[in-house]
Design a protein around this ligand. Sequence first.
Ligand SMILES: N[C@@H](CCC(=O)N[C@@H](CS)C(=O)NCC(=O)O)C(=O)O
Length: 216
Amino acid sequence: MIEVSAFKWVPPFAQGVVRDLRVRWALEEAGYGYDDRLLGFEDCASSAYRAWQPFGQVPAFRDDRVEMFESGAIVLYIAQKSDLLMPYDEAGRAMVMTWLFAALNSVEPYVTDLAAIDLFHAGEAWTVERRPQVEDALRRRLGDLQTALGDRQWFAGDQFSAADILMATVLRGLRHTAILADYPALSAYLERCTARPAFRRALAEQMAPFKANEPA
Ligand SMILES: N[C@@H](CCC(=O)N[C@@H](CS)C(=O)NCC(=O)O)C(=O)O
């Protein structure tokens, strides 16, 4: 049986964007059932959990063959088992891997830099000077990303792929801003991704424990 670690509860600003969503989404697209292993923040500090996820973060993943952490690696592992997330031909697989890493390595840092300022350090004096630089750099990256997408539907070819799971979940990290509205092709792309039934199911699965474990 597949097991995925996730939080029992997170503050509202993080609900719906915790990274186990990527793994849940990939599993839903591929049609694999799974159990979520729900953790409190204290569980993440335990040596038992650190042996599975060394940084005490979510998600971690195991099935009857492997144990893993890092959401991108896990999504890639799932994709390698399903032609619904990655084509069989070598050129197609290379393109999926390329865009999967582009999402994590060339786009996500710009998104998380802004989110850190807006969500984790809101109101701190240093952010006033730093934020415009971070937003400018992000906007340049989004402009290039939109140009690269062109009028295609998906990043890595004609078919939805694991790369789109990573890219869409990265772009959702901007949901607390209106920035994406200035990039209509990226906005439409994100709508297309998040309208997928597998995404809706994955999101509902992440959100359910948050509602159940809401602090009094
Ligand atoms: N690179 C890791 C990042 C994992 C990560 O940042 N997880 C966050 C939730 S989205 C977390 O567990 N935060 C709690 C913490 O860092 O203590 C991945 O993609 O799996």
